[in-house]
Design a protein around this ligand. Structure first.
Ligand SMILES: NC(=O)c1ccc[n+]([C@@H]2O[C@H](COP(=O)([O-])OP(=O)(O)OC[C@H]3O[C@@H](n4cnc5c(N)ncnc54)[C@H](OP(=O)(O)O)[C@@H]3O)[C@@H](O)[C@H]2O)c1
Length: 258
């Protein structure tokens, strides 16, 4: 039987857009208390206002760049007591940059992807996990990708970063065996968010071509899956969940109409 999520505290990274923002709404609808972080603080404020009005959500927002370890540690060590007992950590902040062959890549993009998708996830987890273990409860949900299951042309470094998210999730499950802490890796396929606009540095035509003629997943499709895994009975750990659009069969194979 599903467990109730009401009054659980959920810490979400990258809550200013896309999947993270949808997760905020989905967990708010279940009565959760939220700690929302991202770099764009004004977006978080607007989201918090909406969630307070719509769901009466207790919501704390904080600007956080997950590339900055010191800022992560400072934030986690100064969380007000009402939000400090984090039940669910959603490591969602992430990005892809560029889609050229590796030898034509801008190496600065590699840094940004690994520092965010891998090191950011590690540092946030490292900061949050000890208190979960001490309290004897908690759930770490990492957002991986279908890209972590097999590399594709033009996505070598992004795919490697998401492959790392998959391995980290698997390793963490081993490390936490014997504790009640649960670990899940959610691996979405094509989701229509700002992801492609960021990847193509604002080129709207390139971004929309990713979804052309197909029906992509929505951010809320993914958020509802997170609510599902988080609300399984405590003896159930959904370790891995690959979620594809019906119009997609792997990272690069998409059925397009017209
Ligand atoms: N969309 C897809 O097709 C897809 C598929 C598989 C997996 N994913 C994964 O899903 C996750 C969310 O992506 P999305 O599709 O929702 O894209 P999105 O709409 O661009 O959202 C990305 C979020 O990550 C945050 N972020 C990026 N860099 C950050 C940093 N250094 N520090 C803190 N926050 C940062 C952004 O916030 P700020 O810019 O305000 O900091 C934003 O809230 C990512 O991990 C992505 O790799 C996406």
């Amino acid at each position: 039987m599903a467990i109730k999520l009401k009054d659980k505290t959920v810490f979400i990274t990258g809550a200013s857009s896309g999947i993270g923002k949808a997760c905020a709404e989905a967990f708010a609808a279940k009565g959760c208390r939220l700690l929302l972080t991202a770099r764009r603080g004004e977006r978080l404020e607007a989201l918090a206002l909406k969630l307070r009005e719509k769901y009466n959500t207790h919501c704390l927002v904080a600007e956080l760049d997950v590339q900055k370890k010191k800022a992560i540690d400072a934030l986690v060590s100064s969380i007000p007591p009402a939000y400090a007992d984090i039940d669910i950590l959603v490591n969602n902040a992430g990005l892809a940059l560029g889609k050229s062959p590796l030898h034509e890549n801008n190496p600065k993009h590699w840094d940004a992807m690994f520092q965010t998708n891998v090191m950011g996830l590690l540092h946030v987890t490292h900061a949050v996990l000890p208190a979960m273990i001490e309290r004897g409860k908690g759930h770490v949900i990492n957002i991986g990708s279908v890209a972590g299951r097999g590399a594709y042309a033009g996505g070598t470094v992004y795919c490697a970063s998401k492959s790392a998210v998959k391995s980290i999730s698997e390793g963490l499950k081993h490390d936490l065996l014997g504790t009640p802490i649960r670990v899940t890796c959610i691996e979405p396929g094509m989701v229509e968010t700002e992801f492609s606009t960021v990847r193509f540095e604002g080129d709207a035509d390139k971004a929309s071509s990713v979804y052309a003629g197909a029906t992509p997943l929505t951010a809320m499709d993914i958020a509802e899956s997170l609510v599902f895994v988080a609300s399984r009975p405590l003896h159930v750990n959904i370790s891995d969940m690959l979620i594809l659009a019906t119009d997609q069969s792997d990272a690069t194979t998409v059925h397009r109409r017209g």
